[in-house]
Write a protein that binds this ligand. Structure first.
Ligand SMILES: [Fe+2]
Ligand SMILES: [Fe+2]
Length: 303
């Protein structure tokens, strides 16, 4: 993903400064309050949330190394939220352009405003540090938004990813140590659930073409693969702080993180989310090819 183009606050031309001022005042009137938060040295989720307290490399690290590993893991989740909300906003604006009725355009205008508001709220916690996350999920999202098939776009983004985002935000909110961020995340839930439900209802009106089914299958295979490989970002966080890890170390870390249980829970949730909401033929194919089976730690160390 091109990090240069992310975020309205990252360009400092004069023209942008005046747009920023108007944007800020519009957001303030929308949100009523937009607190100033210094998130530069803040932990939002602790080692227990990530499962790092079960990892020997983490247990044996110095307090400073532990702090750095946690900081990278926290930052990863914040940046991921940022990318999700940005993709959400892009998606809603794209659906506005693809809408066939005035009501549909109105609906996607409102949804786009929800996502723009979420993005602004997440930015308060991301701060002004550059977004570094070239994570595979962020890259995947930016590619998904490029899909031109409306039924496929709706099935993948609004039905699956929004539904998934809803449960992800719920668990992030529940474990969040910072009351302001917890409140913000809880505030997302109602809108995200509305976005997901609207996608489910609208998709029922479509009879996806064989081409759409093919696209849905391909994109969901790719998405499930990212869940199958487990929490690789935590291995990378340890690797960055402790120095280059051997393959055996990586496998051990993933085993200690209980990667198979971690991924299996998420894959089951995704299967129940897809069941009845995406075409059966696609779900059967995903099932047959083993997309809902987590990879064992020894298969994912190179990912
Ligand atoms: Fe959102
Ligand atoms: Fe959303």
């Amino acid at each position: 993903m091109n990090t240069e183009s992310i975020g309205f606050e990252r360009s400092h031309s004069d023209a942008n400064v005046s747009v920023q001022r108007i944007l800020l005042s519009s957001l303030k009137s929308n949100l009523r309050m937009l607190p100033n938060i210094d998130a530069s040295d803040c932990f939002f989720w602790d080692a227990g949330f990530f499962g790092l307290n079960q990892v020997q490399h983490f247990q044996e690290a110095t307090p400073e190394e532990q702090r750095q590993i946690l900081q990278i893991a926290n930052r990863y989740l914040l940046e991921e939220m940022y990318c999700v909300e940005q993709a959400g906003m892009d998606y809603m604006n794209k659906m506005f352009l693809l809408a066939e009725t005035c009501e549909e355009r109105m609906l996607y205008s409102l949804f786009a405003a929800d996502e723009a508001t979420h993005l602004a709220q997440v930015l308060l916690f991301v701060g002004t540090e550059p977004i570094l996350s070239g994570g595979i999920f962020s890259r995947f999202l930016s590619e998904v938004i490029e899909i031109s098939d409306k039924a496929a776009l709706m099935a993948v983004v609004q039905v699956v990813l929004e539904g998934w985002g809803l449960s992800h935000y719920r668990s992030l909110a529940k474990a969040c140590l910072n009351p302001s961020l917890r409140q913000v995340l809880q505030g997302f839930l109602q809108a995200e659930s509305r976005h997901h439900a609207a996608g489910v209802i609208q998709l029922r009106q479509f009879e996806p073409s064989p081409k759409s089914l093919q696209v849905i299958h391909g994109v969901l295979t790719q998405f499930l693969q990212m869940v199958q490989i487990g929490p690789q970002y935590l291995v990378s966080a340890i690797d960055r702080v402790k120095g280059i890890l051997s393959q055996a170390d990586r496998i051990q870390i993933l085993q200690e993180l209980q990667t198979e249980i971690y991924s299996s829970t998420r894959l089951q949730l995704l299967r129940s989310l897809m069941n009845g909401n995406i075409p059966n033929s696609v779900l059967d194919k995903l099932e047959e090819q083993g997309s809902f089976q987590p990879y064992p730690a020894c298969m994912t160390q190179d990912s």
